[in-house]
Design a protein around this ligand. Structure first.
Ligand code: NAD
Length: 283
């Protein structure tokens, strides 16, 4: 039987509907500021998608566009201004930043209370310490997809391929907190196919097109494909050879239409969370 295809668009639509309802009930107008520096075409597409989704749920969104020639000081100045701006609930700096700008320095400049991407050391530390506040959107989206697809993580053998601060690391922490037995694989892992075959939940976040082949996947495994890779012919593909995997896996997310929409939906939920927390703080 072919694998069940997990529909990320449908799950994201339901999450967005809930966020929109909660915003209306709270009588809030959460505000998200996106800093987009340079001319990276993929970043422009991501920001446009975030902008559109934000408007649909009632998040007021503005994109601050900075030229590719912008200096680190200028980006830091913009982040500082948004930190101070009382009406701003969430700040997202779209990565990558151009030129020699130090990404880490810019991320760490964001007020952790407004860090809706969950990337500051403060929010990463809260997650690692078991008291998460704003959690990175893509890993959070993966956890919500697993829940929506009725995948039980408790006691399950989970493999995360990738150890980035953005995806792999926080995802491993979230899966551990959800009682999975977690292995993290990466570019130095000795026998990746063998690690994959053992996994009941296999999550690929490498940015290597179709790295995970069908015969690496255990029978009935749940496969979550985080990768977004553009092939020479312009098509988008994930980190998993989808057509091969369909014949073996129990369930799988497609690319596009899997994790991507969840990332945006979680960003908007995080923006609401930040707005509610700031309102409570203000008393
Ligand atoms: P990254 O480049 O920071 O990290 C990639 C990780 O994969 C590294 O830890 C590396 O060790 C590992 N890796 C690379 N090649 C490998 C190999 N051959 N075998 C085993 N491990 C290998 O990337 P990232 O920011 O974590 O993103 C990963 C992928 O997820 C990219 O394709 C990115 O576009 C995609 N992504 C998607 C979303 C979404 O919303 N769907 C969000 C963020 C990232």
């Amino acid at each position: 039987m072919p694998a069940r295809v997990i529909d990320g668009r449908a799950v994201a639509a339901a999450l967005n509907a809930g966020t929109a309802r909660r915003i209306a009930v709270a009588g809030l107008a959460p505000r998200l500021s996106i800093v987009l520096a340079g001319n990276d075409p993929a970043s422009a597409v991501y920001v446009r998608n975030k902008d559109r989704a934000a408007r649909q749920v009632g998040v007021a969104v503005e994109t601050i566009r900075l030229p590719a020639s912008v200096s680190e000081m200028e980006v830091l100045g913009e982040v500082g201004r948004l930190n101070e701006e009382r009406s701003v609930d969430g700040i997202l700096v779209q990565l990558p930043l151009p030129g020699t700008i130090r990404q880490r320095a810019v991320i760490e400049a964001i007020d952790p209370a407004k860090d809706v991407d969950g990337l500051t050391a403060v929010n990463a530390g809260r997650l690692a310490g078991g008291a998460p506040f704003l959690v990175p959107c893509t890993p959070l989206g993966v956890m919500k997809l697993l829940a929506a697809a009725d995948v039980s993580t408790s006691g399950a053998r989970a493999l995360v391929i990738g150890r980035s601060r953005l995806v792999g690391r926080p995802l491993a922490l979230l899966l551990t907190a959800a009682d999975a037995t977690v292995t993290v694989a990466h570019s130095r892992t000795r026998d990746l196919p063998a690690e994959c075959r053992r996994a009941e939940i296999l999550i690929a976040a490498t940015g290597r097109a179709e790295l995970v082949r069908g015969d690496w996947i255990g029978t009935d495994a749940v496969v979550i494909d985080v990768g977004i890779n553009r092939l020479a012919d312009g098509r988008l593909t994930g980190d998993v050879a989808f057509a091969e995997a369909l014949g073996v896996a129990g369930a799988i997310t497609p690319v596009p239409g899997g994790v991507g929409p969840m990332t945006i939906a979680c960003l908007l939920e995080n923006t609401l969370k930040a707005a509610l927390a700031r309102r409570d703080q203000a008393g």
